[in-house]
Design a protein around this ligand. Sequence first.
Ligand SMILES: [Mg+2]
Length: 286
Amino acid sequence: MHQKLLVYTDLDGTLLDHFSYSFAAAQPMLELLDENDIPVIPVTSKTRAELFNLRNDLNNHHPFIVENGAAVFIPKDYFPEIPSGCYSFNDFYCYQFSNPRSVYQELLNQVSAEFGDEFITFEQAGTQGIVDMTGLDQASAALANERDFSEPLSWTGSETRKQQFIRLLEDQGATILQGGRFLHVTGGCDKGKALKWLTDQFQQQNPDYRYTTLAAGDSHNDVAMLEAVDHAVLIRSPVHSAPDVTHPNIYKTEAFGPEGWAESLERLSKPFIQSTYSTKPLKAGE
Ligand SMILES: [Mg+2]
């Protein structure tokens, strides 16, 4: 039985720097994993539209999970057979966990009489508002607003009121996920559920392999994902405290964002790496 590693990763604040969105510090490790045929699977609050671009930048050809686990996209030529329960979307098969975005926008309209002064949604903010809140450029902010399954919002009220707001929405059947910057209003999904579904697909479609799973994340919306894998990596954030994660195999990085990502993968991927790799030239005597 061949052992294979699957690397699931959050993007913002994890593989991408919280401030600059750069993954430069992780680039050598990404290349090493690619050379060793170890899939790196984005699991993000970002949208399908954002991922189409980012996958090109990352030179990544693997499946990806968008909008906090709302849907999984698998390239059509990726598995030997069509994964069950999927529909065709361009060059991908899509498995959907959540309702359409409009369901959650309608729910937010319903609670706006009571809480409307205490949050601003992506829909209300528009492209320029998203630029101001995130530091993304105009084109990237527009892609971030091309959502299919969820509505992000910036909470401006107190923590007590936020908990009341979350309870009210949850009573209406929504799922509320806290990311690094935003609250995400969606339903029936989290990153852990989508990750488990996709790992099952890998296992069913490649019965000669035995998969070990690793996931890296930095925020509350990553907890379900971190608790669903064999090796959890908690990436240190420069802007918020670490979420509580219960896991027997957890690695907490020293470095922030992509530097921490590279640090943890260098250590944890070692048993699955065949080719040689060194982050710096060895000095004489080392
Ligand atoms: Mg994050």
